[in-house]
Ligand binder design. Sequence first.
Ligand SMILES: *Cc1c(COP(=O)(O)O)cnc(C)c1O
Length: 397
Amino acid sequence: MKQQNQPDLFSSLATPFRVPVAKPMLPKAQALMPYLEKLDESRTYSNLGPVSQRLKQRLDRLFGLTHGGCALTASGSAALIGAILATAGRADKKRVALCPSYTFVATVSAVQNCGYDPHLVDVCANKWTLDPKALINHARLGEVGLIVVTAPYGRLPDLAAWSAFSTDTGIPVVIDAAASFDVLLRNRKPLPKAVPVVLSFHATKAFGCGEGGAIVCAAPDMLLRAVRAINNGFLGNRNVIGDNINGKMSEYHACVAMAALDEWGPKLAQFKFTASAYVQAAKSWGMKPLPMIGGPTSFAYGLARLPTDAHAQELREQLHGAGIDSRFWYGYGLHAETDFGPFACDKMPITNTLSRRLLGLPFFGDLPAEAMHDICQIMARVLAVSPATPLQSGAQL
Ligand SMILES: *Cc1c(COP(=O)(O)O)cnc(C)c1O
């Protein structure tokens, strides 16, 4: 790409699409005011102040955490680093960290920032993430000091199985469930004590406050270590304990999150309403398989699973031609990045296929019916082409 100067670089980020792939909506300024005014009174703008303490209580209750609780962070990335420091600490003798290649870049960046050498592992075809049964036989397990398991598109892995894996092997496991806020609320199973679950409250997630996140801990000692890890090693006094960063949530972001939580009920209802209209539109075009929205995955995404790479590429191109954006959210896997890595990595047959066929469609609460109609019409047309018929295929993401 041509080198660009600063203003052009930022203006080029503006979407040229009639229908963007995501269109976040956070609380309006007016809804923030009652919370922001509390800051004028408290004059506490960060440092686990009253608004973030209140937010923590609300989230703990929402997740049914009677022991432990949420350590609130400045971002999902900070929560990942905090969770790693709280469980495994910085890399020491066992420097290898296993993670999926099919994930957002932040998973591996957090691992690197804690001093580990990432080793990328292929995902399992059913769950789209690491399989504890397969990993127990991994050739490098003896060198492994950390495993980070992604919940792709918010889809949760078997948390109990990972907890058992961690207890049996003694290897710390962190769940990167950054996009799982709404999925975690639908998950009625109790959270395992040994494994922290990381959330992001980035604007593009189903529940967002701009930038923010949480380390969800089901055990009090885990919560204590997580809060210290993201609070410069402090808790209660000036005694620094353990590896740490400043990764805590500011009171300003806590204000946005409080207002977002007030609106969560209606927001979720709108997600459900729009998702069901989308699926109805897909059905009316005779589309199979139907788009995946909500259920096991987060309402932050609308996913289409195409039968071949060429179908996915063709769909992307046809949507693009109609002014509609789409995205391979995790690229073609981190092993395929050209200017990041290279990392030690296993063979990637499943990631190579899945990443090229699971396409992110536009989805957001107020996605217009007309856009859904256009998307489904294009998709039905592309899907009607038999996999045996050659389709033209580009190589761009
Ligand atoms: C969004 C996301 C992150 C990063 O969260 P931030 O809040 O943007 O730092 C990490 N992992 C996954 C899987 C994500 O979806």
